[in-house]
Design a binder for this molecule. Structure first.
Ligand SMILES: [Zn+2]
Length: 340
């Protein structure tokens, strides 16, 4: 690659126009792009060669210099890819595409190349385009109340981010970065602040767009997917966005009716049960359930009345109960057969 003429590399004539140079470069860069030829060393070398030729010939000043002095004017010192570039302003290297543009001075040359790359693969299907960052998955186990109310978590996630050692450049002092092997990307553990919506439920996956692994060459970052588990509550049971609870009442409350305090996930609500409420009868309080985390509105709150029987009775209570027994004017088990 050291001696070939830049015009030959791009397959164009000496007097080629800027447009012809650009066109030739696009065709060859597309053909030899590392994303298209994964692991093919020959293609990678060709790609670098083509990129190098284009970097010089697309720059009016450098092209003139090259036409006048030949390749000696741009002798590279070896080291990393394009390392030791002797001319200032020549701010292109192969690995710079891995930087995603961050943490790097916005040199004109680089953005120029990036522009070309962005339309180089336009419409060419995702597989061939600049690699979007990978989706990252994490798990979070929430307390029941935090899930109902929504919460903010600090999650520690492993993801691909710009390599801190080379700041995404892929090389350090003309040597391939030992930390990322020249890719400009490295696995890092990051603490991510995550806001989970009110009403998030057990088994739900919350997707946070753009919070996953960093993309390459300015491609968008992946998403962060959080698989949510919710611990059960001692007495609130969630079914969909409704809450169910068993509510103990006294014999007197069931017989005579009354106003009782019903616990809900939104706090206590005063409610009436009618006289003659049966054990197991279920009542509903509208809109006092859980918020629909994917839309609007709240579920309902259901409470199932259970008559609580006291463990011990005083002599007075026993006498009173005898009176109550006489109020049963029919056999409550009349509808049941006595066996099969
Ligand atoms: Zn690195």
């Amino acid at each position: 690659m050291a001696d070939r003429d830049y015009y030959d590399i791009l397959g164009i004539k000496k007097g080629a126009t800027d447009e012809e140079i650009k066109k030739a470069y696009r065709r060859l860069a597309r053909k030899h792009h590392p994303d298209v030829n994964k692991g093919d060393k020959g293609s990678e070398d060709r790609f670098k060669e083509v990129s190098e030729a284009y970097a010089v010939l697309s720059d009016k000043e450098k092209r003139e210099q090259y036409d006048r002095l030949g390749r000696e004017a741009f002798q590279f010192n070896g080291g990393g890819p394009f390392g030791g570039s002797p001319f200032s302003g020549f701010d292109f290297d192969f690995s710079s595409f891995g930087a995603g543009g961050r943490g790097r001075k916005a040199a004109g040359k680089v953005s120029d190349f990036r522009d070309i790359f962005s339309d180089l693969f336009a419409g060419g299907g995702r597989a061939a385009g600049p690699a979007r960052g990978s989706d990252v998955e994490a798990r979070a186990t929430l307390e029941f109340g935090d899930a109902v109310r929504g919460t903010t978590l600090q999650l520690s996630v492993q993801l691909q981010a710009e390599c801190a050692n080379c700041r995404g450049l892929g090389n350090v002092k003309n040597q391939v970065c030992p930390r990322c092997g020249g890719t400009g990307m490295a696995a890092t553990t990051q603490t991510v602040k995550v806001k989970l919506p009110e009403g998030v439920s057990d088994g739900q996956t919350v997707r946070l767009a753009g919070k996953g692994g960093a993309g390459q060459r300015g491609a968008p970052a992946g998403d962060l997917l959080i698989h949510v588990a919710v611990r059960p509550h001692a007495y609130f049971e969630r079914r969909g966005n409704d809450i169910h609870i068993e509510l103990p009442v006294t014999l007197g409350e069931a017989l005579q009716g009354g106003e009782i305090e019903v616990p809900t996930v939104h706090g206590p609500v005063r409610a009436r049960i009618p006289a003659g409420t049966q054990s197991g009868q279920t009542f509903r309080i509208s809109g006092k359930g859980v918020k629909n985390s994917r839309g609007a509105g709240y579920g309902d709150h259901y409470y199932r009345v259970m008559i609580h029987v006291p463990g011990q009775l005083s002599e007075t209570a026993k006498k009173l109960l005898d009176e109550i027994e006489t109020s049963y004017d029919e056999n409550p088990r009349a509808k049941l057969k006595t066996g099969l």
